[in-house]
Ligand binder design. Sequence first.
Ligand code: MG
Length: 601
Amino acid sequence: MLVLCLLLSMNQGRVILESPMEMQVFQRDGRDRGRIALRGRLEGMGDVLEARLTGGKAKGEWKPVSFDDRVAGFAATIDAPAGGWYGLEIRLRKGSALVAEGSVKRVGVGELFVVAGQSNAANHAEAKLKPSTDKVVACDGSSWRVAEDPQLGATGNGGSFIPPLGDILVERLGVPVGFFPVAVGATSVREWVPAGVAFERPPTLTGNIRSVGPGQFESTGRLYQALADRLRLAGPAGVRAILWHQGESDANQKDPNRTLPGGDYRKLMEEIIRASWRDGGRETPWFVARATYHTPEDKRSDDIRLAQESLGKTLALAGPDTDALDGDHRDNAGKGVHFSAKGQSEHARLWSEAVGPWLTRQTGETWPGRRGPGAVSMAPGGRFRQHAMDRPRPPVVTPPEAGKAPSDAIVLFDGKDLGAWKTDKLRDGKDAAPWKVADGIFEVVPRTGPIVTREAFANCQIHIEYRPPAVVTGRGQGRGNSGFFLVGHPEIQVLDSFENDTYPDGQAAAIYGHYPPLVNANRKPGEWNTLDIVFVSPVLDGRGKVVKKARYTVFHNGLLVHHDVEVPGSAVASPISLQDHGNPVGFRNIWVRPARDYDNP
Ligand code: MG
């Protein structure tokens, strides 16, 4: 009775839609378009079958769909723009009367991947992850859903790299991304070959292996079959690529007789790849990762890695090298073989960097750095997404109190002694700096010569405090003159330029002989002044020739007086020198902070 009511409500007919499935993604053909496979059966008599896409970039026009009324079935495609989700409607008409209709709420055209291999391609990682958008989906061979860990179709109850990889690709490419996870934990490549390919050494675990004669084994073909099935299921344009992450169960086995020689690894991979091309009806690209890591004590097998590398240069494309992901990238506090949450995220990033540039060359897009609405947002350097929470936190540094150094500085004068400084004019064979230290400051002793730091500094921030004499004597260049040098580069002038005229490129805070300061920020004679300098070292070529000049940025009493100006000099690392110009200028609180790198605390 219920069935009858349904049939009546559907105008006495039915469209039974087998394809597309709810949330299914089809591989796009180029950058902007793809084809959605329509397949199903019809119940009820009609003469026109038609379908349309709604939502997003779809135009919503009804398009005829050919069908075979002898078997009451249809198998066709409908063109669709690549992009977001569309609604699909299909209807059977007889004249103007509606006989039956069917629909799918969400179907998309974007990028498709098969993910195969062993545990680190399956769900054996430490953290169960979720994509941040419903446009990252996965299919276990019978249905599609948002690709939350654990992924259906692969083994394990933990996490994978699929959600973060999907997020990166969706953000970068602006299309939905679908995965067919088929990886199985602890499997050897020997278990993945199609049935009928014989080999001599059985793997450590033999669940998918059978004996076919004395010293001869073959795979049951079950794992390969799952992979080949997904290729057939994918639709009119197949999948973009097969992502292969496997090798641990072939490398360095406890029983050395179960270890697979690299040459055999390569041969068996060739069998799998060629079989997938034959059975899939197209040469779907394979990306082969370098994956042989077991423990901190057994980080790699060069034999298997070489085979993976050689595949990546010939029959396949190079996937990421994940053997480099050690320490806190691994579970069990860095002792495990599987990835930690941090490792999963890094694994995904490495895959995106292996696949993304190649993929965008196929579609005519650019990777990275696509800009515009909805485009992404990798932070400069390409290692992290914008607003990524897994970015290293900048180190905590205690900022200086007035007259003190910050906590991470190299202190060149702390009020006590000039141990960090020396003189070139030896006295009694000693190079101790001869200037006067008293009351927490030091002072130029006229005609003793300059002093210079024992240490040299490359790219850095430098802080200096100085005080011209309170009692004014002399004028122009003769009043409170000293100076600050990164040896080999121009002087930054120290002078009493408070109501004391001289040539502008020689007044206080000038880059002497090159640039006057942008403003005159001098305090009165006898008061303390600050100079804060950012020094960017020059870049030299192999012969020592400057290919990128050194640069200064300088603040005088907190005011910008030079902004990123080029200066001559080829010294990459320089000691700091203070000038003896015959005036008793005082100094205090001098420190240097070597420049830090982003994301490298
Ligand atoms: Mg000077």
